[in-house]
Design a protein around this ligand. Structure first.
Ligand code: HEC
Ligand code: HEC
Length: 475
């Protein structure tokens, strides 16, 4: 074979190898896949809806953080690792409920609906913990999770070398190629993103803490849309997402700012870290379909005084049903803040300017949002399964239904995120030594946390209020 010929063949082989490599690299870089769980409840708990893109954390780092930076987790909370932030673990799962994994191209961990919409309950101290899919996430401290990430970003141990060392110690399968990809591509991106979070979320530290079970829903969107941050406190209690079908067309969210279920879901996913381009619409629709009919568990019938409940129903019809029963004249509409009289901060946090920006989300996509509006009040929401939504009101400032109806008993301070249930007064137990030890202290004197207003029914004779409480348990 002539020398020239040999060179030509060698060059040809090189080209083929380069093309094949190029194709493989491109295929790797374009990788965008997540496990699909056939069972909708599994998908709700662990399935991706596309939130990994903006706020996701590469899986080896997500797993490393609570070990390497254990000292940056809240030390006064029960449990181990992420449990200290109220994440819930199930046997047989490496990561907690509400976390997802997507390969894009490396494995990124994101949050899904279940993080904020899965609660727990115990019948008595030491009793078995019951998982409530779709109930408010009474334990989850999402602000704690963000603050943990911010603290890591500013920690001197947050260096490429230390992180690689930690990952390798933790995962013997982490190979040379992984190491190269992490050193030169992934970790530089993570460092840049985390440093960005430190400035984007600096406002969090100026605001009162959310504590478990709550999040400032809309102020983060001001960062997202590059609007100026104002001083409003938008902290809201996680609601339940049961039984959405009869809610179609209602103005919901605590301030009733959107009357389309799909738009509320999409905006939630974007709030949790999705970009319009990364949303997994088919999986979102599966979750939506599930929420249309999923029902929360009923209050234990043997713990209801049925004679009282029967009398209570008449009071409900007269005093509450217009605003809170399916079919009520005003249900799904908004009561002005001045009339309902509850804390005004959450309403104030959602501005007309922000509504306009929210209505630009998804421009160019078939699902583009268009129904956000400023309302000036709070929504008259249906109260089905209201027993599971303690603490009550949009800021979670009233621990039990009894305290809502007996305003003198609304405590100035109480403990949230203790999951033993008080079946007499309807709400989680919020005081006593164990609640103080395991719970998180909520202070109603803090801005955004006041427990005033909603005086409906409070003037009734005490006996009728007790009847009404028994009826509310049956909803
Ligand atoms: C970061 C926590 C978080 C995540 C993640 C989240 N939500 Fe929510 N969700 C909330 C909060 C807080 C509200 C109340 C918002 C407000 O009005 O301030 C809410 C409201 C809702 C409501 C309206 C309830 C009502 O009656 O007003 C529905 C339905 C809902 N979410 C479904 C979903 C779905 C579906 C997903 C996943 C695509 C999701 N949420 C993800 C926190 C979250
Ligand atoms: C004029 C309309 C209106 C009437 C009448 C009314 N409510 Fe409400 N209710 C509201 C609004 C608005 C909210 C939300 C206020 C907030 O969270 O700041 C609310 C919130 C609630 C909540 C808290 C729900 C949750 O998820 O935390 C309960 C419980 C409740 N109402 C019970 C009652 C009962 C019982 C009656 C009758 C005695 C009643 N309401 C009468 C408008 C009304």
């Amino acid at each position: 074979m002539s020398r020239r010929r040999k060179i030509a063949i060698a060059a040809g082989v090189l080209v083929v190898v380069a093309v094949v490599l190029g194709v493989l690299i491109k295929r790797f870089m374009d990788r965008n896949r997540a496990p699909m769980y056939a069972d909708i409840q599994e998908h709700f708990k662990y399935g991706s809806i596309g939130t990994e893109k903006r706020l996701g954390v590469p899986a080896p780092l997500f797993d490393l953080f609570p070990v390497m930076f254990a000292d940056l987790l809240p030390q006064d909370r029960p449990g181990q690792g992420y449990e200290k932030l109220g994440f819930l673990y199930e046997p047989g799962h490496k990561r907690p409920i509400g976390t997802t994994v997507r390969e894009m191209p490396v494995e990124i961990v994101g949050l899904n609906c279940a993080a904020c919409h899965t609660g727990t309950m115990r019948d008595k101290p030491g009793g078995e913990r019951r998982l409530l899919l779709g109930a408010p996430a009474n334990n989850f401290n999402i602000e704690g999770y963000f603050l943990f990430i911010l603290a890591i970003a500013e920690d001197p141990r947050f260096t490429t070398e230390r992180l690689l060392e930690g990952i390798e110690r933790q995962d013997p399968d982490f190979g040379t190629l992984d190491r190269l990809i992490y050193r030169y591509v992934v970790l530089p991106q993570v460092e840049k993103a985390f440093k960005g979070f430190v400035t984007q979320y600096a406002w969090l530290k100026q605001h009162p803490p959310f504590g478990p079970g709550r999040v400032d829903t809309f102020n983060p969107y001001k960062v997202y849309h590059h609007l100026a941050m104002d001083d409003s406190i938008g902290t809201a209690d996680f609601p339940a997402l049961y039984n959405q079908k009869p809610r179609i067309g209602m103005h919901l969210h605590w301030d009733g700012n959107n009357d389309v279920v799909e738009e509320r879901n999409i905006s939630a996913a974007i709030g949790a870290g999705a970009e319009p381009s990364s949303l997994d619409i088919p999986q979102m629709m599966r979750i939506r379909d599930w929420t249309l009919t999923v029902q929360g568990p009923a209050f234990p019938a043997d713990r209801i005084d049925h004679d009282r409940a029967t009398r209570g129903e008449a009071i409900w019809r007269a005093q509450c049903a217009d605003c809170h029963a399916f079919g009520g004249k005003k249900v799904g509409q908004v009561t002005p803040v001045g009339d309902v009289g509850t804390d005004a901060e959450r309403e104030r946090s959602f501005t007309a300017e922000l509504a306009d920006k929210q209505n630009t989300l998804g421009t160019g996509y078939p699902w583009k949002l268009s129904h956000f509006r400023k309302t000036g009040g709070y929504a008259n929401a249906p109260l089905d399964r209201v027993w599971l939504r303690s603490p009550y009101l949009h800021n979670g400032s009233v621990p039990t239904l009894r305290a809502l109806l007996f305003p003198d008993e609304r405590p100035a301070q109480f403990y949230r995120a203790y999951d033993v249930y008080d079946f007499d007064n309807a709400g989680y137990v919020s005081n006593g030594p164990e609640a103080e030890k395991l719970g998180w202290k909520y202070d109603t004197t803090v801005r955004g946390n006041t427990n005033r207003g909603h005086r409906y029914g409070t003037e009734l004779p005490a006996d009728q209020k007790l009847d009404l409480i028994e009826y509310l348990k049956t909803l």
